[in-house]
Design a protein around this ligand. Structure first.
Ligand code: MN
Length: 215
């Protein structure tokens, strides 16, 4: 095959314990999946069906650097468990991720009934740790995020409204899921703004850690 000009390089993720890379296909995200976060965003706690949005796969970054984006004054951190799919929709592993969000643009989009892309799907908006290979359904584990050494978010994967084993088939009703897809599974309470120079440390018990500096 001859290309009319060179295409983008395939996006891959590091995997803990091996030099082999995970071929990243798509990045999906679940909205409002912890009661305490639903409440802090002004919603009513309940068990509504999960809803989804997505980010481009080249929004994934693993170099520990998050460049503060333009067109916003209110970028928020959302620490999340990320589940990665392998062949035949098996669970390949998990990562610690941050769903960076331009909260001001998201609030405007909600108000005006517009799409969330500029609020959620921007460049560098999906930092992830190396994937930790494990094929079980992760049902519990402390999830935390510190900013400059101060605890901002603390929860437990056990408190997700929709579990990993429910999210995958639900998402699969909307999209053809493929090996290489990853899903951000929602954030616990405590989301808040970041500033240039901040150092973020995320951690999920049984998965790993993620360090990101806002550049
Ligand atoms: Mn999120």
């Amino acid at each position: 095959m001859t290309l009319v000009f060179p295409g983008a390089e395939p996006v891959t993720l590091a995997v803990a314990g091996t030099a082999a890379r995970f071929p990243l296909h798509r990045i999906y995200c679940v909205g409002r999946n912890y009661h305490d976060h639903v409440v802090e965003m002004g919603g009513v706690a309940g068990r509504e069906p999960p809803f989804f949005f997505s980010k481009p796969n080249d929004a994934a970054v693993q170099d520990g650097r998050f460049p503060y984006p333009g067109r916003t004054r209110d970028v928020h951190h959302e620490v999340e468990l990320v589940v990665a799919l392998g062949p035949s929709l098996s669970i390949f592993g998990y990562a610690v991720g941050i769903d960076f969000t331009r909260r001001d643009l998201q609030a405007e989009a909600k108000k005006l009934g517009r799409a969330w892309d500029t609020a959620k799907a921007f460049d560098f908006s999906a930092p992830m740790s190396a994937l930790a290979p494990r094929s079980d359904v992760l049902k519990q584990g402390a999830i935390t995020l510190d900013v400059n050494g101060m605890r901002r978010q603390a929860g437990d994967v056990a408190h997700m409204i929709w579990g990993v084993d429910e999210i995958i088939p639900s998402l699969g009703e909307y999209f053809i899921l493929k090996p290489g897809d990853v899903i951000f599974t929602g954030t616990p309470a405590g989301v808040g703004p970041v500033q240039k120079g901040d150092f973020l440390h995320g951690e999920i018990e049984g998965v790993g850690t993620l360090d990101v500096t806002v550049a």
